[in-house]
Write a protein that binds this ligand. Sequence first.
Ligand code: SF4
Length: 237
Amino acid sequence: MPTPPEPISSIAGLLRRLESHYGKQEPLWPTDPYLFLVWWYCGYPASDATCARGWELLKREIGTEPRQILAASPKDLAHALKPGGMVPELRAMRLKELAARIQDEFGGDLRSALIRPLAQARKILKSFRSIADPGADRILLFAGIAPLPAVASNCPHVLVRILHGHERDNYGVTYREAQEAIAAEVPAKVDARIRAYLQLKRHGQELCKRKPKCDQCPISRSCAYFAGKHRGRGARA
Ligand code: SF4
């Protein structure tokens, strides 16, 4: 019988084991801030799959530059966005708004406008529709502008389960605890934090889902949730 892996005591160790299980992860979305916003509006409800479907047809039929989006008719834009899911007409309007703002307010270069104190950069990003703090942090991290401890908005529970046993009832608290854990242990470097974001996201999508598949998990021996379950209850710090 194979020897079970040793428990891991640090987030760096957890990430190493996740990486040896899933392999190196790459972002599935554009990392330029403007292009990320275009991609984000390509799907609804927004997910990697819906956004990618809308994005592909938009690129092929219209293009992603502000001038191309502004030149397209609302009907053609909505048609290109249709594979991305619901309300393509509304998303077409959002793309037009975005393209107009990028040209008029930012001279066609959103990335350069974000090179400023963090609070101001976040404020700019949050002025775009559907972008709250998690989205703003994700954009700034993946664009290489600031090494923020961003956490995938659909997976903050992963790290909190591992460290504390259960995600909290309040999403905002779970999100903050995941960010604090990354800020405390993952070096404040863009590459290191992107790696943490992508590995924890992948784990949340594959195994540590709402209903986790703990029996297949490569880090179960280091997980407080798993330990609590095997004592007959989930641990809670
Ligand atoms: S053991 Fe279960 S709860 Fe813990 S990280 Fe793995 S899948 Fe998630």
